[in-house]
Design a protein around this ligand. Structure first.
Ligand code: SF4
Ligand code: SF4
Length: 129
């Protein structure tokens, strides 16, 4: 884990809370999410570490992490969390913030080859009905 730089601004926290509708401070670091994740070997931060960084407000470290883009949105972590914090949703929340920041968070993107696969899977889940 790198040395912390700065904590999230109030605007970033508000946007994050608005997207995920979860209180990451409820995470008690039981590691069940990470122990069930099939992709930790490829991550720089494990899911429980992402939760810890989120809890500490160290959003920049999460934004720079490759974990967000390695995550396959399989929901294994969410099914195991005893606090119902849905780490997969937390990951998706941070991806959404990055995509919005790049102005890719709207539905007018026509060339989907440039969209990260996690974003496509997440959107299919949201709009499948
Ligand atoms: S399973 Fe839930 S409570 Fe446990 S470390 Fe992961 S997010 Fe936190
Ligand atoms: S949703 Fe992502 S973080 Fe959670 S278990 Fe699956 S790959 Fe790991």
């Amino acid at each position: 884990m790198r040395f912390p730089t700065k904590t999230a601004s109030n605007n970033e926290r508000e946007e994050f809370n608005d997207i995920v509708q979860k209180n990451v401070k409820d995470c008690y670091q039981c590691l069940k999410c990470s122990s069930g994740c099939p992709l930790t070997a490829h991550m720089d931060y494990y899911p429980h570490q992402v939760m810890l960084l989120a809890k500490m407000g160290l959003f920049d470290q999460i934004f720079e992490s490759k974990t967000l883009w390695v995550c396959a949105s399989c929901l294994a972590c969410s099914s195991r969390c005893p606090r119902d914090l849905e780490p997969a949703k937390i990951m998706e929340g941070f991806r959404t913030m990055i995509l919005r920041d790049r102005d890719q968070g709207n539905v007018e993107i026509l060339d989907t080859r440039k969209v990260p696969r996690q974003a496509l899977i997440a959107s299919m889940r949201k709009f499948r009905r």
